[in-house]
Ligand binder design. Sequence first.
Ligand SMILES: [Zn+2]
Length: 320
Amino acid sequence: MDPKKLHMYVSIEDKIANKERTCIIDQCQNTAINSHVLQKNGILNLLASNGFIREYCEAPYDKLALHFKLSPITKAYRFAGLCSIHDDSIFKYIEQREIDFRSYRSNLLFSYRALLRSLRAKETNIEIRKALLEKNFTLGYFDSEFLNRQIEEGNLALKDLLFYKHKFEDHIENSSQKDFEFIAITIPHIHIYASFAFCFESSEVLDQLELLGIDHIASYLFLNILPFTNQSLLILGYYKHSCIKCKEFSEGFANQTVDVVLSKLNEILLRYPHWVCSTDFYNNHLKSRQTIIFKYTHDCAFAGYPYTMNAPINIFEKIK
Ligand SMILES: [Zn+2]
């Protein structure tokens, strides 16, 4: 790889990824602070050993590479989404010591924050691609055609994410609304926590629908894995009126044996690099299988639902 070009890519990505952001709430002009996707004290610290956890994410400076980043919990699983005023006022309910993880409001707020994180990541990604395009950057398959397509797809995704953002905000405002469905399943403690949103349709499918002029909202599922006494709680959420696939998929987890639930969860976690685990879990279950895991995540990056459930390994094997 051309080192000069790589350096250029890195500096553009770095500059945009680390620039100061405005609060994601409409009309708020305050600067966004770095806040944890899951609270540091009370959730992330339950996984930490000597203050560190492992985060499965894209490697910085190379969007095509993945890694299990060793992060201090003070810096792990964070994003610059909201200003401190909005962050405090909106998420107060799930930042307290005793959280009722099973309440509708908790599920709503955890899922809303997962959505905001995806939204901010998408915005940042589009900005990076626009900056690369402006500099006439090409590297491997990163040419202007590819970048333009990614910007278009990014904008389409952004439109859907904003649709869900406003639906969540209506629900947070007005507690009588219950148009999100949440399915909560208790499983043995798995030493992994997560809070992220993912889309069932591949960008290719969404692109096609747009080209055909078919009005369509992408099916997003909001997944949370949280501590629950000595167990883990898996919460799958979706918006009732736009997500037939999400309903079918989530219900597939209900009334199943632990083995079946874990094998379905394994498939999802291998596909989406957006979760954290303890360093022990990393050492005992992931470290020696990293190459296989990264390859599978990468291979699945552009695939949509229904899933083939072809995961080459089961990361839970040792702890069943
Ligand atoms: Zn704000």
